[in-house]
Design a protein around this ligand. Structure first.
Ligand SMILES: Nc1ncnc2c1ncn2[C@@H]1O[C@H](COP(=O)(O)OP(=O)(O)O)[C@@H](O)[C@H]1O
Ligand SMILES: [Mg+2]
Length: 137
């Protein structure tokens, strides 16, 4: 089913940089997917957005994050999260931290499950971490 939205306008919200932002962002994406009718619902995009917002809460700085979600093509979704930390150093990927916990898997998952993703730095103001999903073939 093609996307039923009459425009491809993005929805943007500013959220306090607190753990609850993760579920608010997921709800925003679900609403967008529902509006679309034919958009790939929640699913992987919801999971990926959870990871990006969790990272912004955990590793970034500033009091707020901006979350943008939008349809991508006929059935895909895109999401972008702005935080006020300009740098993203992945460090040791998928290695073991001092606490013995595996680290660095989140961005690996984004790479594996998104169609495209990236980090767009906005000078020294911060960065967008964004991804797109496409409809399965
Ligand atoms: N929004 C962000 N701002 C700053 N650093 C980040 C951000 N997201 C991820 N990082 C860095 O990239 C590393 C890898 O992130 P990730 O793959 O999600 O693994 P994890 O969350 O398990 O550490 C993090 O440990 C952190 O150092
Ligand atoms: Mg993470």
């Amino acid at each position: 089913m093609p996307c039923r939205r009459t425009s491809l306008a993005a929805t943007r919200v500013e959220l306090a940089r607190v753990p609850q932002a993760v579920r608010v962002a997921r709800r925003l994406l679900r609403t967008m997917a529902g509006d679309c009718g034919g958009c790939v619902a929640g699913g992987p995009a919801e999971l990926l957005l959870s990871e990006v917002v969790s990272n912004a809460v955990r590793y970034a700085r500033g009091s707020h994050v901006d979350v943008v979600v939008a349809p991508n093509g006929t059935r895909g979704l895109m999401a972008a999260v702005f935080d006020e930390e300009p740098h993203l150093d992945r460090g040791t990927r998928a290695g073991s931290g001092n606490d013995g916990m595996e680290r660095g898997r989140g961005l690996d998952l984004i790479e594996a499950l998104s169609d495209t993703w990236g980090v767009t730095t906005v000078g020294d103001r911060g960065k967008w971490v964004w991804f797109t999903t496409a409809a399965p073939a």
